[in-house]
Design a protein around this ligand. Structure first.
Ligand code: HEC
Length: 254
């Protein structure tokens, strides 16, 4: 008589184990690629390699301390115009870089006398052409970080996509017999809670930079639960059966 089949990872046949393993390996590579991509999109936001709180603040909240023009006029462009003209430009930027005021308050003239000799299309320098108003105003805006529409787009893609990944990773992991049921239930729901925390904290950071650390906690906790489920599932499929047989039923709540 065939023995009754146990619903646990350890005693599954080779086909299901191969399917689960293939899936787990591919999502793990996907996860690593996501980490690499984060380094490119957010990691460089503060001008330094590696992800830091500043990167998260700059990405979502923006670098509100000032515009490119103001930063340059206090930095490498400081000697290009007399103090008085410099302050006039900065003042115009602070007041919202309005096009009418650009002509009315003489900013156009200052630019023409002090800046356009280098900042023109024919100079051959890789610098913006300041004969065009749009090139100036682009650098006069304060950086307010991610736009609400881009946040909404990235949020819904993450919510749907990551929920789907954790559905299958969680299903495979719930067939692990060696994990106490309350720990298992906790590990299975954790990614969902932290996913919601992570994505809410993007929006909160957009409004207030102090929430940036929540982004790190949310994302980090999600990664920890992913690793835990991944390692336990692989262990119960491939290593545990070589050590001992397992007759427990992973899905029974007793
Ligand atoms: C002698 C030539 C010269 C003059 C005059 C000059 N600039 Fe520049 N500017 C540069 C060069 C070269 C760079 C690129 C190097 C850098 O960013 O410091 C630059 C970069 C900038 C940038 C950064 C552009 C970007 O998008 O990265 C701004 C803003 C700027 N200049 C503003 C001004 C303003 C405003 C004036 C006039 C008050 C001015 N510059 C006058 C040569 C000049």
């Amino acid at each position: 008589m065939a023995s009754t089949h146990k619903i646990n990872l350890c005693s599954q046949g080779i086909a299901l184990k191969a399917l689960f393993t293939g899936y787990l390996i591919v999502v793990a590579i996907g996860y690593m690629m996501a980490m690499v991509q984060i380094q490119f999109t957010h990691g460089l936001a503060d001008g330094e390699l590696g992800l830091s709180i500043d990167d998260i603040v700059y990405s979502y909240y923006g670098k509100r301390s000032g515009s490119v023009i103001e930063a340059k006029l206090n930095g490498s462009m400081q000697l290009m115009a007399p103090e008085e003209d410099r302050l006039k430009i900065i003042n115009w930027v602070h007041k919202g870089a309005n096009e009418q005021a650009f002509y009315d308050t003489g900013i156009r003239q200052i630019m023409d006398t002090s800046c356009v000799m280098c900042h023109n299309a024919e100079s051959g320098l890789p610098i913006p052409d300041f004969t065009q108003f749009k090139n100036i105003v682009e650098r006069a805006k304060t950086d307010t970080g991610a736009s609400f529409s881009s946040l909404a787009r990235v949020s819904h893609i993450h919510l749907f996509g990551i929920a789907f990944i954790f559905m299958f990773v969680g299903l495979i992991f719930s067939l692990a017999a060696g994990v106490p049921k309350y720990l298992k239930a906790t590990v299975v729901v954790m990614p969902y809670l932290f996913l919601i925390l992570d994505i809410s904290s993007w929006w909160l950071t957009k409004l207030n930079p102090n929430f940036a650390w929540l982004v790190i906690i949310g994302g980090g906790a999600m990664a920890v639960s992913f690793c835990f489920m991944w390692v336990v599932s692989m262990y119960e499929m491939w290593i545990m059966p070589r050590i001992h047989s397992d007759t427990r039923d992973a899905l029974l709540d007793e």
